[in-house]
Write a protein that binds this ligand. Structure first.
Ligand code: FES
Length: 189
């Protein structure tokens, strides 16, 4: 088994890695980030895995490059890998799936980053899996990555970017002011 975590996805992949190893699997972990200061939970992942490989985009720590290059190198040499689990930025998960496809290795991804209320009520987490609509929060968050409509997923993830920017700009001006004490029309401008 191989587990791959990118950025904050490293934290999410940790319990999966630990459980896979505790179940008796040989688990190679690959974790990556843009630079050394963004690598998190290194010791925890190392302890939970049989082997840990670290990559950084800028080469400031571990191997220079992307987790998917390391994955390809392993798959080229080791045909015993049966499954890959990956959590991280959508592009990283998509490229991971593109990498494993020619080797016919099952690849599980987590689409948790698209969830909003997480209760099955808001509908924001709709994704298409092999042509069928699914809710990430109630049907997932883990899916067979080879079946995900990645283009739709990436487009839906940016859907609230305008509102998020507005909210961030508002925060920078008013810092921690509680919304409750503000007049309604201040938030509608
Ligand atoms: S996160 Fe709202 S319905 Fe899934």
């Amino acid at each position: 088994m191989i587990t791959i975590g990118g950025g904050t996805g490293i934290a999410c992949i940790h319990p999966i890695t630990r459980a896979l190893k505790e179940a008796g699997n040989e688990v190679i972990s690959i974790i990556g980030a843009r630079s050394k200061r963004l690598i998190i939970m290194e010791e925890e992942i190392r302890k939970a895995s049989s082997k840990l490989i670290i990559t950084t985009d800028d080469g400031s720590y571990g191997q220079k490059g992307f987790v998917t290059q390391v994955l390809k190198d392993i798959l080229d040499k080791d045909s015993s890998v049966k499954k890959v689990w990956t959590i991280g930025p959508p592009i990283m998960m998509k490229v991971t799936c593109d990498t494993t496809k020619p080797y016919s290795v099952d690849t599980i991804v987590s689409l948790n980053s698209i969830m909003v209320d997480g209760t099955g009520m808001c509908g924001s987490c709709r994704v298409t899996i092999r042509g069928e609509t699914k809710f990430v929060c109630t049907d997932g968050p883990e899916f067979n990555g080879q079946l995900v409509d990645w283009e739709e997923f990436s487009n839906r993830l940016t859907r609230y970017q305008g509102l998020e920017k507005e909210s961030w700009d508002e925060y920078k001006v008013h810092k921690h002011l509680c919304k409750c004490g503000r007049r309604k029309n201040q938030w509608l401008k």
